[in-house]
Design a protein. Structure first.
Length: 202
């Protein structure tokens, strides 16, 4: 099983360069649901001629690690709604839901202890609904081990088998490199191995 993804910025959690530090501040704003971050991001996507990724699509925010509470900050939903207001996507669907709380990724400090694809699958539900667009684009804040995105994509594909499922995240984590780069547009394909491991192109 494989899905296309698109990321726009580099997140450097350990880097010491100016742009590494800036990436941490920007991700903080993103995770806090800052609408200015999403608005500027949408403008940059348009300026860099990347709008076509969102053609004929509905955006689906990936839920946080716990079931959504009314009034709580929902960063991926803020991103999705802002993109749609700028013409990037035709609408936002809340069809993907977290039905069981799982440990937050930020509290897990190694790949071995972070939630597996199966853990995410068991905690998510995708509710079928009538959608006319050909593409469903999952929206999250940062692409790291990609287990959350992969499980979310599988859930959507199960409920919407005729749709093309893609993923967009503003940030991609680069933990072990710091080239003092902030903007780096990346398109690629994530794959699920027979051993339930997610494989990225690099």
């Amino acid at each position: 099983m494989h899905f296309d993804f698109f990321t726009f910025l580099i997140y450097s959690p350990r880097g010491s360069s100016e742009n590494a530090a800036k990436s941490r501040r920007l991700l903080g704003a993103c995770k806090n649901g800052n609408p200015d971050f999403s608005r500027i991001l949408a403008g940059l996507i348009i300026e860099n001629n990347e709008s076509s990724f969102f053609d004929n699509s509905i955006l689906v925010p990936i839920p946080r690690s716990t079931p959504t509470v009314e009034g709580a900050v929902f960063p991926s939903n803020v991103i999705a709604e802002t993109l749609v207001r700028r013409g990037l996507g035709n609408g936002v669907s809340g069809c993907l839901k977290r039905i069981v709380a799982i440990p937050k990724s930020s509290g897990q400090y190694s790949a071995e202890t972070r939630n597996s694809v199966q853990t995410h699958l068991d905690s998510l539900s995708a509710e079928p609904e009538l959608i006319m667009e050909a593409d469903l684009i999952l929206i999250d804040d940062v692409l790291t081990l990609v287990r959350t995105a992969m499980a979310s994509a599988i859930k959507l594909k199960d409920s919407f088998p005729e749709k093309n499922i893609k993923i967009f995240c503003p940030f991609r984590t680069r933990s072990f490199e710091d080239q003092n780069i902030l903007t780096k547009i990346e398109h690629g394909e994530m794959m699920l191995s027979p051993y339930n491991k997610v494989i990225l192109p690099d």
